[in-house]
Ligand binder design. Structure first.
Ligand SMILES: Cc1cc2nc3c(=O)[nH]c(=O)nc-3n(C[C@H](O)[C@H](O)[C@H](O)COP(=O)(O)O)c2cc1C
Length: 338
């Protein structure tokens, strides 16, 4: 679909408006990355990596480590709210830990019913619960009950199922009946992993039956994908995960289009390069320089999968192992104003 055919009205109440969430990504999107990604604007909320709850009440430092923003009003420096995600299955301990999160200042507690990791699933967490709507219901209810009186809502992030989609609608209903006030649906089963396509139409089926807002997530890489995911699912709101890394300006590009109907030009390599330099400068004091180089390459690797120019630069930069050389090579590409 061409963007021209997307352009219609220009006011805020236009059919184009809708919320954009920054997805939780364990091991990838930490507080520093959230700060960087929300700086360029466009995100309405973000979610922490999951706090794994087993059979105990966790000490506050566990929450604060994964969500340092708790000490700063639970917002990124740019003011984007940070929701705290819990992963677990036991209603009582989930509830207890939700209370800790609430006491520490979490504005929203999100629950993870999507993690496909074998170790997590073996221990009865993440997507494993999608095999039993009753357990989804009880887990959400445990948190919902625990948060009663705090005014802090619980939300749920689900996949379409574990092995297949047979229970997709029931699990979504169960989360809602348990008290979830918003559902984010990654449009794949656990079995489908991250393989395209994302089944946005299934998210639409969930949305049609839901009484709470449903957010579509999965494989939204471009402005065109954004609109198609919305059209196919009928959802107004979306969540971006890997694409926020592949193109850190995608949320801003979508927001600009929502407000004006105009399409911003594609992200230039110079901007990506400047972004990576900013990232490196922030993590450099905290990590060994070898790790910084490998994180830069990891990020560039994600960018190159969706941008041919980044691909060419990846080939040029991939053999560099010394941080100073890597930074110098990145700096070559950006013009520094006098
Ligand atoms: C490396 C990685 C880590 C993730 N960690 C989490 C997590 O902690 N909690 C969660 O709910 N989803 C997690 N997800 C799933 C994403 O939030 C998102 O649902 C998924 O990547 C699909 O969206 P996308 O196509 O926009 O990336 C993770 C995904 C990836 C690739």
């Amino acid at each position: 679909m061409s963007v021209t055919s997307l352009s219609t009205a220009t006011d805020d109440a236009s059919p184009r408006s809708g919320l954009i969430g920054l997805a939780p990504m364990e091991g990838v999107i930490d507080a520093l990355t959230r700060a960087l990604l929300t700086e360029s604007g466009g995100f309405d909320w973000s979610v922490t990596e999951f706090v794994r709850v087993t059979d105990a009440r966790l000490p506050p430092r566990v929450f604060q480590r994964l969500c340092p923003e708790l000490d700063h009003g639970s917002q990124t420096p740019a003011g984007t709210p940070v929701h705290l995600q819990l992963l677990g299955s036991q209603p009582d301990t989930l509830g207890e830990n939700a209370r800790v999160a609430a006491a520490l200042g979490a504005p929203v507690v999100d629950m993870n019913f999507g993690c496909p990791a074998k170790t997590v699933n073996r221990h009865d967490g993440g997507a494993a619960l999608l095999q039993s709507p009753e357990r989804v219901y009880r887990a959400v209810k445990g948190v919902h009950e625990a948060l009663k009186g705090t005014g802090i809502p619980v939300t749920a992030k689900l996949r379409l199922g574990f092995e297949d989609k047979t229970l997709a609608l029931e699990c979504a209903r169960a989360a809602e009946d348990g008290g979830a006030q918003r559902l984010v649906v990654h449009a794949r089963t656990r079995r489908e992993g991250y393989r395209p396509p994302a089944h946005w139409a299934w998210v639409g089926r969930i949305r049609e039956r839901a009484d709470v807002p449903v957010v579509v997530n999965g494989d939204i890489w471009t402005l065109e994908d954004y609109w198609r995911a919305r059209e196919v699912s009928g959802c107004r709101d979306v969540m971006l995960g890997r694409a926020a890394l592949a193109d850190p300006w995608l949320a801003r590009r979508i927001r600009h289009w929502q407000h004006t109907g105009e399409r911003l030009p594609a992200t230039r390599w110079e901007d990506r390069s400047a972004f990576l330099i900013g990232y490196a400068e922030r993590i450099d004091p905290c990590l060994p320089s070898k790790v910084v180089v490998s994180l830069l390459k990891q990020w560039l690797n994600i960018m190159r999968q969706h941008d041919s120019e980044a691909g060419e630069h990846f080939q040029r930069l991939r053999r560099i192992t010394v941080l100073e050389d890597f930074m110098m090579a990145l700096r070559e590409d950006i013009s520094v104003p006098d």
